[in-house]
Design a protein around this ligand. Structure first.
Ligand code: PNW
Length: 609
């Protein structure tokens, strides 16, 4: 083997790494080999010939992984990048410095999630990924109408999105490659059960077949689906303000439960707070109405629909092991002035308005008294019968609490009055945490712990799944920048460590599904926000599956794996660490190392090293 001194500083930090060659065999490569010389397929074959009798692959995998966990991926990169912070276009420097306690956080995560039954996964929603908006009998939803009216960023729409409707097999394959055992996705109502001219709903067989295919693939791979009935794409003919929508939803829910008996984990609604507030108060989401109080009418019908659907589920469909829940979003706030009792009150009021609005009816049978006081006559009231139904619905072993959370915030009482807390993300010219999206997404890991405690103390749900958590790329969204997504690694590590703390406190967190499997249509923000752990080349309306890494070619498989982001690599490594050496996806992890190396190459090219 030709020896030459590497021009790469990072290579000095490797005493040797394992790469995965075409035959899925692992080879130890000395640092010099990693120089500027690409490890092409033929190079791999050459190495294979020279190492016929290498140790058994299993033990190699284990050694690789041991090495991995000894140094951990981020540390390797850290060494190569210490003192080199990269500025994003947002003008904010991301420090890649390894914090002294990062290892402790990972240890905590490993211990907390060691139950093999822990649901570890990622999520998508129909309108955000599927595309094929008018294919095979799918009918328009309020989001088709809203986007076709030009109301999303730069006139974008989910018409094509990730084209997942056609490319779902490739996308689903990633879920196991990333080491996940769970996948959360939603069904498009108008794809499977649209309305005809007379307002009658009918089964659209091709649409049903699509989800049957998805579910079959997941079952074959041992991945548990968590299926959301409603992730915002309401049939265009309906409106959450009309009471009749409750009956429509009930029939749709019954149709789903009867048509997809292979699904054990259901959720009725995703984030009613968001679609009611953004859709009916702020007008930023479909159907785009702006008002002071209509969101409460929307929420009221959603809660009735939830209660009736769950009641039906209990009476007609429940079998032991089946679960059904509601997914609620909230970003737990901090008092702007922790010394000011009014600001402390404002935190509680905010939580009542954000979480209590939906969770109190579900778990306590009615709206919080405080909310009734604050909203007054504009808050609809439940009948006694409805209250009983609500209570009966959740008070059962099938219930779980779906918790979506992203950001932290400050709240303060205005004129010492806490009823309408004022929110902000900055204090004394400092953001509350790293700003991923200036308008709303700041990294504040502590909020997930406070959030979990608040929910658990108030409702005692039998189980909680973190159904969404994640971040968007903060600055440049070009391929080279988003694949090298160390900010995302930091986000997941720090939030997961807080979830781990919650687990040790006895809070029953039974799963975590990262948002999102792939970059997708981010509603009103269109394609400018990349939340995916997989890169998607929207420009060409197809996934960046063909890979990039043009000059790199560390290994052959690189062509196949070019769409990976380091964020997904990290989650996979964590999963390996959690599950131990018997974890089957370890093979993939070795590929990821190559991606990490790519990023280091890339940074050097960009002058960051
Ligand atoms: C959630 N905000 O939506 C949704 O469940 C996902 O569909 C979405 O892609 C994800 O979070 C990331 O945004 C939100 O402006 C959209 O505060 C906007 C907000 C919050 C949640």
């Amino acid at each position: 083997m030709q020896h030459h001194t590497s021009r790469l500083p990072v290579a000095l930090d490797f005493s040797g790494v394992w790469v995965n060659c075409v035959s899925r065999r692992m080879f130890r490569v000395e640092e010099a080999q990693l120089g500027m010389q690409p490890l092409t397929a033929s190079r791999c074959l050459e190495m294979e010939e020279g190492h016929e009798e290498e140790e058994a692959q299993d033990s190699l995998v284990r050694r690789l992984m041991r090495k991995y966990m000894e140094h951990t991926l981020h540390e390797i990169t850290y060494r190569a990048t210490t003192k080199h912070a990269s500025a994003t276009s947002a003008g904010w420097a991301i420090s890649r410095d390894l914090l002294p306690d990062d290892h402790q956080k990972e240890e905590l995560i490993k211990r907390a999630f060691s139950d093999p039954a822990f649901m570890w996964g990622c999520a998508t929603s129909a309108y955000q990924v599927e595309g094929a908006w008018n294919k095979d009998g799918r009918k328009p939803s309020i989001w088709d109408k809203f986007t076709h009216d030009g109301r999303a960023f730069k006139g974008s729409s989910g018409d094509d999105a990730c084209d997942y409707y056609h490319r779902y097999e490739e996308d689903l394959a990633r879920i196991s490659e990333y080491g996940f055992n769970t996948y959360r996705f939603s069904i498009s109502w108008t794809r499977v059960f649209p309305l005809d001219e007379d307002g009658n709903m009918y089964m659209n067989e091709k649409g049903v077949q699509f989800y049957k295919n998805v579910l079959r693939i997941l079952a074959d791979r041992g991945i548990t689906p968590i299926v959301t009935m409603f992730h915002w794409d309401l049939p265009a003919e309906l409106d959450w303000l009309d009471e009749e929508v409750v009956d429509y939803f009930l029939r749709y829910a019954e149709f789903l439960l009867a048509t997809f008996p292979e699904v054990n984990w259901w959720s009725t609604f995703n984030e009613p707070w968001t679609f009611c507030t953004m859709g009916y108060a702020l007008g930023l989401h479909a159907p785009g109405k702006q008002s002071q109080y209509l969101q409460y009418r929307c929420g009221h019908n959603v809660l009735r629909a939830h209660a009736r659907a769950v009641d039906l589920f209990r009476r007609k469909f429940f079998r032991p092991g089946m679960k059904i829940g509601l997914v609620l979003n909230y970003d737990f706030p901090f008092p702007k002035d922790p010394e000011n009792p009014h600001d402390l009150d404002a935190v509680q009021v905010d939580a009542i308005k954000g979480v209590g609005w939906f969770a109190d009816p579900i778990y306590k049978g009615d709206y919080p008294e405080l909310l009734k006081e604050i909203i007054g006559e504009h808050l609809p009231r439940f009948t006694t019968e409805e209250k009983n139904l609500l209570l009966k619905a959740s008070n059962h072993e099938y219930n779980y609490y779906g918790l979506n959370t992203y950001s932290g915030r400050y709240v303060e009482a205005v004129h010492n009055h806490s009823w309408s807390p004022k929110q902000s993300f900055w204090k004394d010219d400092e953001p509350i945490g790293f700003p991923f999206i200036h308008a709303w997404l700041y990294k504040v890991p502590q909020e997930i712990l406070l959030h979990l405690r608040w929910v658990n103390d108030r409702y005692h749900p039998p189980g909680i799944i973190i159904t969404e958590n994640g971040c968007a790329d903060p600055g440049n969204t070009e391929y080279e920048y988003t694949v090298d997504d160390w900010h995302r690694v930091g986000f997941f590590r720090d939030y997961l460590a807080k979830v781990a703390e919650a687990v040790f406190e006895g809070i029953p967190v039974v799963g975590y599904t990262a948002w999102a499997l792939i970059d997708n249509f981010e509603w009103a923000d269109g394609y400018q926000r990349r939340f995916g752990i997989t890169y998607n080349d929207f420009g060409r309306q197809c996934h960046g599956r063909f890979g990039g890494f043009p000059e790199m070619g560390v290994i052959k498989t690189y062509e196949t794996y070019g769409w990976l982001k380091i964020g997904s690599v990290y989650l996979n490594i964590l999963q390996y660490a959690i599950m131990g050496p018997h974890y089957t996806s370890s093979y993939c992890t070795s590929l990821y190392l190559n991606i990490a190396i790519y990023c280091i190459f890339h940074r050097q090219k960009m002058g960051q090293l």
